[in-house]
Each structure stands twice: as structure tokens, then as C-alpha cells.
Design a protein. Structure first.
Length: 263
């Protein structure tokens, strides 16, 4: 079976017209027609995209085999458009997730300001907590299904674009390191007075008026740490994918999915 015959067979099995397949590959219907008629081959990037669309290996597409192989050990090809879309999605979800934790932490402040009057601190506490939980729940809207595969398979990129990703990742690590240190510093400073009070180093009466400030520092620290770390983790998933896929957790989840699919 020739390459063109395989493309034609796979396209029909998936119920795609030449126009629909061309749209998925960012090419023209005429190009699809030429490939199916044996008048040429797509470039490497398009070949990898075809493998992803039809869930077949490069060996099946390029070699004289009859049955498609679902063994895609080489990995899942990720286009530049998909990568940038994923990073944009992560930035949005990281923002809302971090803000959610920020407001949940702030929900403790009214207690220390109005603790003598529960009827006074209860309402602002509920408002802060509701906003925080709402923001945390909203992060699920940014987790699009099409990006889940990025955490489930080894990834392949265009070599030049991968180099660009690595440069961006290294640059962001240096830039974000300053903010991460500041975040951990604010978090620690916010907790220190509470620790001093627990150890009876400083009297409770002296520290109580400053508790709202301490919680505010903790909240800001949590926001910075979670926001920056989520974005950096996304870049690391892409730029250092070989490290991510070699983790025990990744391999364990992959085995579980395979057993579930076989079952």
C-alpha cells in the first residue's frame, strides 16, 4: 500500500473530506489530492501532524506495511500554534488559581479585626472565601481537553522552535527566580510573628493587632509563588519534556492508562 493509498484510506475511515483534512493540516485541498494520487509527499511537519490526526506511527505512513501501528514511541508532535495556545491557557488559569488562593487567605483577616463581634467578621469572611472559591473553580474553564495530551505523551517539536522554547525557559527561570524568592520571603515574614507567639517569644497582646498584616503578607506570598511556579512548570513540561517523561509518576500514569484502554 503506497503512502497516497494510506492517506486516502485513513481519511475515509475518519470520515474527513479533503477540505476538512486540509484545514487541519493548514494546507490546501489540492495538496491533499496530490498526496493521495502519489504525486508527492508532505513535509516532515505535516507528516507528524498526519500521524497525530490518524493516531498512526511514522513507520506505518512511510513504510510498505498494511496495518497501522498505534505504537507511537517517537512521541506526539506539537505545533507552534498548539504550544503557544497551551502557554496562553496556562497563564490564564495560573492567574485565576493564584487569585483564588489569595482571596481564601484574606478571608482570615476579618476575624482578627472584628473577633470580638462574630456578626461583623462573618460577612466579609464569607465574601472573601466565596470570591476565592469561585476563582479556583473558574480555572477548570481554561483547561481545554486538546491540551491534556501534552501531559500524557512524550512530545516532539520542530528543532528550531524547541531551541527557542529552551531559550525562553532559561530566561524566565532567571527572571522569575527574583519574584519566587520575594514570594517565599513574604510568606516567611508573615508566619514569623505567629511562630514567635506560639513559642511565647513575644506576647500575644503585642502581636494581635499585626495579625491582619501578617496574613496579608502570607496571601501575597502565596499568590506570587503559585502564579510563577505554574507558568514555569508549563515551560518546563515543553522545553524539558524528556525530564518530565522520565519521572516515575508519568510512567506510572501511562501504564495505568494503557491497562485501562486494554480493559
Amino acid at each position: 500500500m503506497t503512502f497516497g493509498e494510506k492517506i486516502l484510506k485513513l481519511r475515509k475511515e475518519k470520515g474527513l473530506s479533503q477540505e476538512a483534512l486540509a484545514e487541519k493540516l493548514n494546507t490546501t485541498r489540492q495538496a491533499i489530492s496530490k498526496w493521495e494520487n502519489g504525486q508527492g509527499y508532505p513535509e516532515t511537519e505535516k507528516l507528524l501532524m498526519i500521524g497525530n490526526i490518524f493516531d498512526v506511527s511514522m513507520d506505518y505512513l512511510l513504510k510498505d506495511s498494511v496495518e497501522p501501528s498505534n505504537d507511537k514511541e517517537s512521541g506526539y508532535y506539537v505545533s507552534k500554534e498548539m504550544t503557544e495556545g497551551f502557554l496562553l491557557s496556562v497563564r490564564k488559569s495560573a492567574k485565576y488559581f493564584s487569585m483564588g488562593l489569595f482571596f481564601v487567605a484574606l478571608a482570615f483577616i476579618p476575624y482578627f479585626i472584628f473577633k470580638q463581634d462574630p456578626s461583623t467578621y462573618l460577612i466579609p469572611t464569607l465574601i472573601f472565601a466565596t470570591i476565592g472559591i469561585g476563582l479556583l473553580a473558574s480555572t477548570s474553564f481554561f483547561e481545554e481537553d486538546k491540551y491534556k495530551v501534552l501531559k500524557q505523551e512524550p512530545l516532539l517539536f520542530d528543532e528550531k522552535y524547541l531551541q527557542e522554547l529552551n531559550i525562553r525557559y532559561e530566561s524566565m527561570k532567571k527572571k522569575y527566580a527574583i519574584f519566587m524568592v520575594a514570594g517565599f520571603g513574604l510568606f516567611a515574614v508573615g508566619f514569623l510573628p505567629i511562630g514567635f507567639e506560639r513559642k511565647k517569644i513575644i506576647s500575644d497582646d503585642f502581636l494581635t493587632p499585626y495579625y491582619p498584616i501578617c496574613i496579608g503578607l502570607i496571601a501575597v506570598g502565596i499568590y506570587i509563588i503559585t502564579h510563577m511556579s505554574n507558568i514555569l512548570d508549563a515551560y518546563k513540561l515543553l522545553a524539558r519534556n524528556e525530564v518530565y517523561t522520565n519521572r516515575f509518576g508519568f510512567k506510572f500514569r501511562k501504564k495505568l492508562r494503557k491497562k485501562f484502554d486494554d480493559f
